[in-house]
Design a protein around this ligand. Structure first.
Ligand code: NAD
Length: 347
């Protein structure tokens, strides 16, 4: 193996390493933020970053995010992440084998999983070189597609938010606008309908809209009009940064509860929502069903265990909302505080 590894020391991170294997076409960074609670687990992201600096910024931000997500979800995983610098079109067996060798050098302190532009066959190639890989779909004993579990977690977060607003967690009659009805959004819309809620949907893909209209009786709303819709809950399930200085002034909802990662464009947007009196269920608390599912796989996968642990998102969101009200603090700050208490102990 012609793997060239060098350490990139970063304050606040346990280990950050850059690896290169020119023959295999690999340039990658693995960042371990914190292993206080367990091995650092996080996905592999492959992107044609403009520079190594951009890749480093991304992997550090994501690795820290994983520490907080797992801590708040109450699972014994630390936070880590990896990035492969390159065009996803240039994937090859030798690239993922070299990456697997890189993961193996951490001797289990980092566990790789899927993230942007990485599919199960890629992950299976990584697994040929290291056993520290989770979430390869289709193999016996693995946890499979995490989306239904993630959707259940979002639904539990929705129940907690509705209970906070109305004193009962009944979804009957609650009106929800779902932005993006892909893997998670569609399953969530189905759960809401089943519980008696009303669903509006938007998506860039017309065929899924038709499916949601026909199968779920969902109502269609054009892409940009979703922010102005006068309903109870806005559920972003497509992409990040959709809560910002342009969209927040339009919102008429009482709460935002969705699966998308990094919904707040900036921390100021979390403050804006708080000042406007819109309850924001913090994204990383809401969408932790996926990492819970992977954690259960690491213990010997049983779907019932994954669903039971995911049900606890209801309690976490209730705690976040109650503490936010009691301290008059934005919910995203409260969630960070709760995660830090588990990571570093009470201050
Ligand atoms: P997906 O790709 O299956 O679905 C996303 C949907 O959003 C697609 O149908 C797409 O057409 C649509 N979309 C894209 N841009 C849009 C736009 N501008 N407006 C409206 N719709 C748009 O992805 P997913 O697995 O359902 O994940 C949804 C979000 O939840 C992502 O942000 C993802 O990072 C996050 N998330 C997913 C999981 C999981 O288990 N899948 C876990 C945690 C977080």
């Amino acid at each position: 193996m012609a793997l060239n590894i060098k350490e990139l020391k970063q304050e606040g991170f346990e280990q950050v390493f850059f690896a290169q294997d020119s023959a295999a076409g690999l340039s990658a960074i693995i960042a371990i933020h914190n292993t206080q609670l367990g091995p650092a687990c996080g996905g592999i992201r492959m992107l044609p970053y403009a520079s190594q600096q951009d890749a480093l910024y991304d992997v550090l931000r994501l690795a820290k995010g994983m520490s907080y997500k797992s801590a708040l979800a109450g699972i014994n995983f630390g936070g880590g992440k990896s990035v492969i610098l390159g065009d996803p079109k240039s994937k090859s067996k030798s690239l993922f084998h070299a990456f697997g060798d890189f993961v193996e050098t951490f001797k289990g302190r980092y566990i790789a999983a899927k993230d942007m532009n990485i599919d199960s066959p890629d992950l299976a190639l990584v697994k040929e070189k290291t056993r520290h890989v989770l979430g390869v779909e289709g193999e016996p004993g693995t946890s499979g597609d995490p989306s239904p579990v993630t959707a259940l977690g979002v639904f539990r977060a929705l129940e907690a938010t509705v209970e906070f607003l109305h004193g009962t967690k009944k979804i009957d009659g609650i009106r929800v606008a779902v932005q993006g009805i892909g893997h998670v959004g569609y399953a969530l819309a189905a759960l809401i309908k089943k519980a008696g809620g009303e669903v509006w949907v938007t998506d860039t893909n017309k065929s899924v809209i038709e499916k949601a209209q026909n199968e779920l009786g969902a109502k269609f709303i054009p892409l940009e009009e979703i922010y102005d819709l006068d309903v109870d809950i806005f559920s972003p399930c497509a992409r990040g940064a959709i809560l910002n200085k342009l969209t927040i002034p339009k919102l008429k909802v009482k709460a935002v509860v969705g699966a998308a990662n990094n919904q707040l464009e900036t921390p100021e947007d979390g403050i804006r929502l708080h000042q406007k009196g819109i309850l924001y269920a913090p994204d990383y608390a809401v969408n932790s069903g996926g990492i819970i599912n992977i954690f259960v796989e690491s213990q010997g996968y049983e779907e019932s265990k994954a669903l039971k642990k995911t049900d606890e998102i209801y309690l976490t969101i209730k705690e976040v909302l109650n503490r936010s009200k009691a301290r008059n603090q934005p919910t995203f700050k409260v969630a960070d505080e709760l995660a830090e208490e588990r990571l570093y102990g009470q201050k």
